[in-house]
Ligand binder design. Structure first.
Ligand code: CO8
Length: 279
């Protein structure tokens, strides 16, 4: 069933409904009581972000915005929050698909970082690179212990784009971002908490959802208009810079992945992930 026709029937504030796009890679459940949506990424095994899951996610975010969602919790159906961008989309790519993939990622970023409703990432497992980016787009991050989060791109021989870096900088500051990016550091949950990359450490799903709801309840007496405008003021420069630079950013991405040395590095990295499984 087409996502559009299904979601047309949803009145967000009155019904408890769950829905997902045709390919079923993102599930959205809206509570009738609170109006809060839980958005669950579910591309097995590790939510690596290929074109199809990003397209589903983009569609879900558009629907949430259109239906005046009251708040959204982003999480994963698996023990990994998201392994980040699907490396296979960058390795020996088909150029038209790579272009579509990257622009869909840009769309997702703009929709999530600039959403009018409040957002919480319940990071229930590892969140490297693009996984970290998605969580950083949310307004509040709660994370389970003994996991990892960070922008580790340099470890793959690639570079996190400026908008990834700026988004991290807005959370942990320039100095920590420079250190984190240049070393490709993956922080443990506990380290991430200490530097403010995450806001709370939670013990499992129930605690995570409770803490997310506690965050939303901070706005119960705040006008949604004033809340959203404040968010847009704080995030506006980063968003504007990113939006203005979308074409250059796409060209830079295409140039980067067309380099032999980058392809070689990505090939090694994919092999190292496979070898890890074999040992
Ligand atoms: N892309 C594609 N496949 C992946 C990815 C990924 N990012 N991550 C894992 N996989 C695959 C594995 O190869 C494995 O495949 P298979 O079953 O066929 O062997 C399967 O998913 C399961 O992986 P693991 O066995 O490793 O699962 P674990 O639960 O043990 O570990 C982790 C989960 C911790 C997430 C681990 O898989 C991992 O570290 N993955 C790599 C994460 C990573 O480095 N991501 C970086 C992606 S790059 C990015 O997001 C930003 C790029 C910015 C663009 C720059 C411009 C050029």
């Amino acid at each position: 069933m087409a996502f559009r026709s299904l979601t047309k029937t949803i009145a967000f504030s009155r019904f408890s409904r769950s829905f997902s796009a045709a390919s079923n890679l993102v599930r959205v459940e809206v509570s009738d009581k609170s109006g809060i949506a839980t958005v669950t990424l579910q591309r097995a095994p590790v939510n690596s972000l290929n074109l199809e899951i990003l397209a589903d996610f983009k569609q879900s975010l558009k629907e949430l915005e259109k239906n005046k969602c009251r708040g959204a919790i982003l999480t994963s159906a698996f023990k990994t929050f998201s392994a980040g961008l699907d490396i296979n989309e960058m390795y020996k790519p088909e150029i038209d698909r790579a272009k579509k993939w990257w622009t869909t990622l840009q769309d997702v970023y703009e929709l999530l970082y600039g959403s009018s409703y409040p957002t919480v990432a319940f990071i229930n497992g590892a969140a490297p690179a693009g996984g970290c980016l998605l969580s950083m787009c949310c307004e509040y991050r709660v994370m389970v212990p003994n996991s990892i989060i960070g922008l580790n791109e340099t470890q793959l021989g690639i570079v996190a784009p400026a908008w990834f870096a700026n988004t991290m900088e807005n959370i942990i500051g320039k100095r920590q971002t420079e250190l984190a990016l240049t070393t490709g550091r993956l922080f443990s949950t506990e380290e991430a908490f200490k530097i403010g990359l995450i806001d709370e450490i939670v013990q499992g799903k129930e605690d995570g959802i409770n803490r997310a709801n506690a965050f939303f309840s901070k706005f119960s007496k705040i006008s949604p208009f004033a809340r959203n405008l404040s968010k847009q003021i704080v995030r506006g420069d980063t968003l504007k810079k990113m939006s203005k630079n979308r074409e250059n950013d796409l060209n830079l991405f295409l140039q980067t992945i067309s380099q032999d040395s980058v392809q070689k590095g990505l090939g090694f990295y994919i092999e190292s992930l496979k070898k890890k499984q074999a040992t």
